[in-house]
Write a protein that binds this ligand. Structure first.
Ligand SMILES: Cc1cc2nc3c(=O)[nH]c(=O)nc-3n(C[C@H](O)[C@H](O)[C@H](O)COP(=O)(O)O)c2cc1C
Length: 236
């Protein structure tokens, strides 16, 4: 697949890139353009080798890290009991979020389908414990609640590695989804998994081989629509 580009005003279309069935790939532009949320067509019965996960983490930790601190930590869950507990807490966070979302909507919109009620989201929540591996990406320390620059530095020192990990898993033929819902239950997750109080939890990546999942470039605004040159709002 060639590098993706888009002309003025165009949207990168999910239908334009030809089918990609989530197989392994070493083509950077293919991988970066087709690393989609995979919540269906996952093989719950095919084990994922720990060595492969470590290989992907080795790639992930090549990401930038502020002050060279390397504060990222990856908690990989493969045993039934911790996976079941985390899945239970994820579902609890999911239900809580759905209720909060709904209560914030004006009454005339309460009947609309919310993202957290879509079948694929529900399916992931219901099957989380069946994933061969769950990877919780953490960072030692806490972001400074009063200092935006420090918050950017804190999360900027862990989320690039998390995204590289998702890319590396995709390149290895594995399906994942970037999820943050579990953070709503951070204290209970910490209790369940022995995570120290001064460790910040970020994303949870459920990991499984895909079974014919079709991964294509998403429909997104093109570069010309989201890029300014030399001055805010100025096009090239
Ligand atoms: C900050 C953030 C949080 C997300 N949290 C969740 C989540 O908790 N559960 C989930 O199923 N998907 C979650 N997603 C995945 C998005 O729903 C998904 O990226 C979006 O629908 C676009 O689909 P794509 O990833 O296939 O491009 C999250 C994505 C982002 C960027």
């Amino acid at each position: 697949m060639p590098p993706m580009s888009s002309g003025p005003g165009s949207r990168m279309s999910g239908g334009s890139g030809g089918a990609d069935y989530g197989t392994e790939s070493n083509d950077f532009f293919e991988v970066v353009s087709t690393t989609r949320s995979v919540r269906r067509r996952l093989d719950f019965d095919r084990a994922v080798a720990p060595e492969l996960i470590e290989r992907c983490i080795d790639a992930a930790v090549q990401a930038p890290t502020g002050m060279n601190r390397e504060a990222w930590r990856f908690l990989v869950l493969t045993e039934s009991e911790p996976k079941a507990r985390v899945a239970e807490l994820y579902r609890s966070g999911f239900d809580g979020l759905a209720t909060r979302f709904r209560n914030q909507l004006p009454s005339e919109r309460r009947d609309q389908e919310l993202p957290n009620e879509r079948p694929t989201y529900v399916g992931l929540a219901e099957n989380l414990h069946r994933m061969p591996a769950l990877i919780l990406v953490c960072s030692e320390g806490r972001p400074d609640p009063d200092n935006a620059a420090m918050q950017v530095a804190f999360y900027g020192s862990v989320l690039p590695a998390a995204w590289s990990l998702m890319l590396a898993l995709r390149a290895s033929g594995l399906g994942t989804t970037w999820t943050t819902l579990l953070v709503t239950e951070e204290d209970r997750v910490a209790d369940a998994l022995g995570i120290p109080a001064d460790v910040t939890q970020t994303i949870l990546l459920p990991v499984a081989y895909t079974k014919g999942a079709v991964l294509k470039p998403a429909t997104r605004m093109g570069a010309s629509e989201v890029t300014y040159w030399n001055r805010w709002s100025r096009s090239r």
